[in-house]
Ligand binder design. Sequence first.
Ligand code: ADP
Ligand code: MG
Length: 364
Amino acid sequence: MPRKRRRSQSCRNLKHDFTELRLDAVTRHFAHGAREVAALDGLTVTIRRGEFIALLGPSGCGKSTALNCIAGLLSLSAGSIWLDELRIDPLPPEKRGFGMVFQNYALFPHMSVRQNVGFGLRMRGVPRAEIEKRVARALELVQLRGHEEKLPGQLSGGQQQRVAIARAIVVEPPLVLMDEPLSNLDARLRLEMRAEIRRIHRSLGRATIYVTHDQEEALSMADRIVVMKDGRVRQIGAPAAIYSEPADLDVARFMGYRNELAATVEHVAGAEVMLSGGLHGRAMGALTPGMHARAAIRPEDLALGTGPLAGRVENVEYGGRDSLVDVLLADGTRLHVRSAQSAHLGEHVGVAFAPHRLLVYPAG
Ligand code: ADP
Ligand code: MG
C-alpha cells in the first residue's frame, strides 16, 4: 500500500454518524505545587446527535478542561468518554477527529484562506480534487466565497473566525467543539456570529459543544445548557428552565438574579412560601417554617410602586428605554430595580414584584 494512502487511513475520523456522546464521571486533576486540584470533578452528561450544548460557568470553573478532555488534548484522571458503544478517551485527538474552534482563531498567518481551510484534508491525504470541492463547500457555508486567496491578516476578526470555523467543519467531524469563539469580537459582530454559528450547526446536523462564560450567549444559542462551578455540574437543562428555575443560589446569581433578601420561612404551602416581612415567594428547595432562607429576584422582575418592600433611591443609571434604580432598604439591603419609570435621588419608593418571580432557597 502506498505510504500516503496508509496515512490517510490511520488518520481517518472514527465515524461521522453517531447517536450520542457520553461523558461518564469525567475528572481531571492538575498539580498545583504539592496539591492535586480537580479542575473537572465528575462531569456526567449525554449529548445527542443534532444537539447544541453550551458549557456555561464563570472563568476557572473547568469549561476548557472539559472541552480539551473531549477533544483528546488532555488525558482524564478518572472517568470515561463514549461515542455510542466505543470508548474514545484512550484515543489520540486525530483519531477522534473532532473539529475545534478556539478564541484566538489559531490560523496559519502565511497561508491563504483556501490553504488554511484545506490543511486538515491535505494532512489526511485527501485527493486534490476532493479537497477543492470540500473547501469550496465549507467556505460557502461560512459565507466567505471570494476570499479564498487572502491571507488571514487581510481579513477582519469576524472573517478570521469564520475561516477557523470552516477549517473545523471541512473534515465533516462528528462533533464541533468551540471554546469562547466570539470573545475577541466586538459586540455587534458577536450578535451576528451567534446566529451564524447556529445556522452552521443546523446545516451540519451533527453536535456542537460550545464553551462560554456569557449567559446571554448560552441562552440564545443552546438547546441545552450545562451550568458548571468549581469543576462540577450544577444544573443541566433547557435555556428556559435554567433562566426561570435555577437549581441553586449560585446558579441563580450567575444567571442574573442580582437581588437577594435574607428572611425566615413562616409558612409553606406547596410551591408557595411566606417569609418574614410579609414577602411571598416560590419555594426552590426543601423549606420548613423557622428556617433561614435567601430569596433571589432579577432587577427586571422588580418594579417601583406599591409593594411589600420600601426604601430610598440611592442611584439611578440611565439606560435608554429603562433605568437601573438602586433602592436602599431600611435593613441595609440594596436592591437593583430595572424600571421604565424614572426616579429621583433620595426619593422614598415602594418596590413590587410578582411572588412567583421571587425564588426562595434554603440559606447556606
Ligand atoms: P475555564 O475554561 O472554565 O475558565 P479551565 O478549564 O481553563 O477553566 O481551568 C479550570 C481550573 O483548572 C483552573 O483553576 C485552572 O487554573 C486549572 N488549570 C487549567 N489548566 C491547567 C494546567 N494546564 N495546569 C494547571 N492548572 C490548570
Ligand atoms: Mg476557558
